[in-house]
Design a protein around this ligand. Structure first.
Ligand SMILES: [Zn+2]
Length: 363
C-alpha cells in the first residue's frame, strides 16, 4: 500500500474516533435571532437566510444549527475552520492535502461539491432514527435512498431507532439524524452534533431523499460551486428577488475537484426558481444548452463520498470491520487483498475481526 493511502487512513481514523465538540449556545445570541420575524434575513456578513418559526435555512433546504447561523452571521460561511492551501489548490486531496493522483480521465475528474472534511463535520457511520410518527410513504423513499447510498458509496448508516440517544456512561448526546414528516424538504449540512433532522414532505421522489441525505453527508449545491461561473450562465432576471440567494456561491471551506457536474443529485435543474418556466435560469456557457439535475448519485457524487468515507459494519466492540465492497476514490472496488490490508491497517495490524459482536442493522 502506498504511503499516501496510509496517511489517508490515519486521518480517517482521527475523523472516525473524534467526538463532537459543539460549543454551548449563548442565551443572548440565541435570543437575538429567535426574536426576528419569519422570512428572508440579511445577516451582518451579507449572507441571506430564511427564518421559518424556530428554524433558519440556507439556500432553501439547508437547515442551520445555532452555531452555524452565528458563524454565517459573522463570517459569511457556516464553517470557520479554514483549511490551509485550499483557496487556489483545487486539485488536492480533502484529507491529506496533497495533489489528487492522475487517472485515465486526466489529472482531475469532475466531482460534486461539498464541505471541506474535518473531524467535526463528517461521520464514521451515519447514525439515524425514524421519528415515531414517520408515515409509510416517507419511510419507503428514505429506505430506498439509504440503500442507494450504501450500494454506490462507502457511506454506511446505522439504524438506531428505539435505542438510547444519550450515551449511558458519559452522558453526551450521540450525533444522529432523525427522519421526520414535514411539509418541505430539508437537512443540515454535514454532522453538526446531537440530533439533526432530515425533513421529508409527503410523496416525494426517492431522488429528494437521496439529495437531503447528501446534505447530511456533507454535500452542498452543485450550482453554487465556487467556480460555476466558468461553466454556466445564470439569468437572475428570471428569478424572483426573494429566491436569488439560492444562486449565491460558496467561496470557502469546500472540497471539489475538476469542473462542474451537471448530473449531480445536488445540481438543480436549469429552470429552478424560474418566474417564466419557458426561459431557463441556468444554461451551459459552452453551447447554451440546459439540463436536468441528477435523480441518482452521479459518478462524481459517488467519488466525493468515496474519497472521504470508509464502509464499516456495525459492531458492538471496537474492531473496525469493513463491508465486503470497499470503493476507492475513483469508484473502483478494492481487491480482496487490498480490502484486508486496509482492515488490518485500521486495526493495529489485525486483519481478522473477532468472531462476535456484529449488531443487527436493518433499515
Ligand atoms: Zn439541497
Amino acid at each position: 500500500m502506498r504511503k499516501s493511502n496510509l496517511i489517508f487512513i490515519f486521518l480517517m481514523l482521527i475523523i472516525a474516533t473524534s467526538c463532537d465538540n459543539e460549543e454551548a449556545v449563548s442565551e443572548q445570541s440565541s435570543t437575538e435571532f429567535s426574536s426576528m420575524q419569519d422570512g428572508l434575513i440579511t445577516l451582518k456578513s451579507g449572507a441571506i437566510v430564511e427564518k421559518k418559526g424556530d428554524d433558519f435555512y440556507y439556500q432553501s433546504d439547508m437547515l442551520l444549527s445555532q452555531k452555524q447561523l452565528e458563524t454565517l452571521n459573522e463570517h459569511g460561511d457556516f464553517i470557520i475552520e479554514e483549511p490551509d492551501q485550499i483557496e487556489n489548490e483545487t486539485e488536492i486531496h480533502p484529507v491529506y492535502n496533497i495533489p489528487v493522483e492522475a487517472n485515465e480521465d486526466g489529472p482531475a475528474v469532475p466531482r460534486a461539491f461539498g464541505l471541506y472534511p474535518t473531524p467535526y463535520n463528517m461521520w464514521a457511520m451515519v447514525r439515524f432514527v425514524y421519528a415515531p410518527n414517520l408515515t409509510a410513504d416517507r419511510k419507503n423513499i428514505i429506505q430506498q435512498a439509504l440503500q442507494h447510498w450504501e450500494a454506490n458509496t462507502n457511506v454506511r448508516f446505522y439504524n438506531a431507532t428505539g435505542q438510547p440517544t444519550v450515551d449511558p456512561v458519559y452522558g453526551f448526546e450521540y450525533p444522529y439524524i432523525e427522519f421526520v414528516n414535514a411539509t418541505g424538504n430539508s437537512s443540515a449540512v454535514g454532522r453538526i452534533g446531537g440530533r439533526q433532522k432530515i425533513r421529508i414532505a409527503a410523496w416525494q421522489a426517492t431522488s429528494v431523499a437521496i439529495h437531503e441525505i447528501g446534505h447530511a453527508i456533507g454535500l452542498r449545491h452543485e450550482q453554487s460551486r465556487y467556480d460555476r461561473d466558468n461553466s454556466i450562465n445564470i439569468n437572475l432576471s428570471n428569478v424572483h428577488p426573494d429566491n436569488r440567494h439560492n444562486f449565491n456561491k460558496y467561496t470557502s471551506n469546500y472540497f471539489a475537484v475538476g469542473s462542474i457536474d451537471y448530473n449531480s443529485v445536488m445540481m438543480y435543474d436549469s429552470d429552478a426558481f424560474a418566474i417564466n418556466p419557458a426561459i431557463p435560469v441556468m444554461t451551459k456557457k459552452s453551447d447554451g444548452s440546459t439540463w436536468n439535475g441528477g435523480n441518482v448519485l452521479s459518478n462524481p457524487d459517488r467519488s466525493w463520498a468515496n474519497n472521504i468515507y470508509i464502509p464499516y459494519i456495525a459492531r458492538s466492540d471496537t474492531y473496525r470491520e469493513l463491508a465486503p465492497v470497499v470503493y476507492k476514490p475513483d469508484n473502483t472496488v478494492m481487491t480482496p487483498s487490498e480490502r484486508l490490508a486496509l482492515q488490518a491497517q485500521l486495526n493495529n495490524g489485525n486483519p481478522n475481526p473477532p468472531n462476535c459482536c456484529r449488531l443487527p442493522n436493518n433499515f
